[in-house]
Design a protein around this ligand. Structure first.
Ligand code: F6P
Length: 361
């Protein structure tokens, strides 16, 4: 029997399904491989300071499956290789604390680390692996923009929350004959906007992968009003881009507008219709994971525990079609997955008459 001592950490922004991974790793590791677990709190911060650890056993993971967030805490700061330190006089310097982490890893008598996180966390994991730390990666982001895996857990919950928001906006928009502009997350990619927009029956979906023409988007809304559709719902990704427009120059230089607030402002200014803007923000990340995210997190967790037992270090679990596979972390980092403007999803939206930033036929 193995008796391996394994640490688990969660880094980067939280995503619904993280606790499902932790639970599956611990249950699988304990029952099938006789492993022992500790949790490292707040991502790699907890490895810099070894007092930030917690015991993980069956009791610790009981009842956490439906819980959002992460029982281990997380942070999207604190890269040990480029750690920012502030001296008492307020001066900042960047230091490399990775050796300290390696020493702490040794002193905790660990045999492996399972790092659950997005691209930033996996990048750090790879650097530790190159320094000799036995690391297994588990990918995570609500944005679903990691190329190495078909889907990340957290994405389905985010899309579900955004879809429900669109459903709710429909009834109030229709009652007041308003244009509603809903801004959704997606730091670089438009997956949440596109899938929620299609599922919620939005009229316009603006994503960073297709730079839209403001005048064209406004004409689209105007035509809807002219045809008797007395309301419109626009879903705008937080990274949406418009083609250069004179209003863009004047407006954005003066304000801190986001793509959603700016688009709402332009509709108000140019169409003289009643407009409301909503930014969904972290509501998309909080709360209980959907069944799909619980399933994916659980499957990732089981495979991560198996990989530790197989000593498949330097590898990351991933979904390929319907199968959980594993890929080198090295090949996974820094490779993003974007919406294909000419792909099936955009075509699906456009077939339904949704304006996605291109002239409608
Ligand atoms: O990457 C996940 C994500 O939720 C993005 O959609 C968003 O841009 C960002 O994180 C927000 O991060 P923070 O936790 O710093 O607010």
């Amino acid at each position: 029997m193995s008796n391996l001592r394994v640490a688990i950490t969660t880094g980067g922004g939280d995503a619904p399904g993280l606790n499902a991974v932790i639970r599956a790793v611990v249950k699988t590791g304990m029952s099938r491989f006789n492993m022992e677990f500790i949790g490292i709190e707040d991502g790699f911060e907890g490895l810099i300071n070894t007092r930030r650890i917690t015991k993980l056993n069956r009791d610790a993971v009981r009842g956490i499956l439906p819980k959002g967030g992460t029982i281990l805490g997380t942070t999207n700061r604190g890269n040990p290789f480029e750690y920012e330190i502030k001296s008492p006089d307020g001066e900042k310097r960047v230091v490399d604390l990775s050796d300290r982490c390696m020493e702490n890893f040794e002193s905790l008598e660990l045999d492996a680390l399972i790092a659950i996180g997005g691209d930033g966390t996996q990048h750090i994991s790879q650097r530790f692996f190159e320094k000799g730390m036995p690391v297994i990666g588990v990918p995570k982001t609500i944005d679903n923009d990691l190329l190495a895996t078909d889907v990340t857990f957290g994405f389905n919950t985010a899309v579900t929350v955004a879809t429900e928001a669109i459903d709710r906006l429909h009834t109030t928009a229709e009652s007041h004959r308003r244009t509603m502009v809903l801004e959704v997350m997606g730091r670089d990619a438009g997956w949440i906007a596109l899938e929620a927009g299609i599922s919620g029956g939005a009229d316009l979906i603006l994503i960073p992968e297709i730079a839209y023409d403001l005048d064209e988007a406004l004409r689209f809304i105007k035509r809807r009003y002219a045809r008797g559709s007395n309301f419109s719902i626009a879903v705008v990704a937080e990274a949406a881009k418009n083609k250069p427009h004179p209003d863009d120059e004047v407006h954005r230089r003066r304000t801190t507008d986001t793509p959603g607030t700016w688009f709402a402002e332009m509709v108000r200014k140019h169409l003289s219709v009643d407009v409301r803007q909503i930014t969904l923000g972290h509501l998309q990340r909080g709360g209980s994971p959907t069944t799909l995210d619980r399933m994916l997190g659980t499957r990732f967790g089981v495979r991560a525990a198996e990989l530790v037992a197989e000593k498949g270090f330097g590898r990351m679990v991933a979904l390929n079609g319907t199968q959980i596979v594993d890929v080198p972390i090295e090949d996974a980092v820094g490779r993003q997955k974007f919406v294909n403007p000419d792909g099936q999803l955009v075509r699906t939206a456009e077939s339904l008459g949704i304006y996605c930033g291109r002239p409608m036929g």
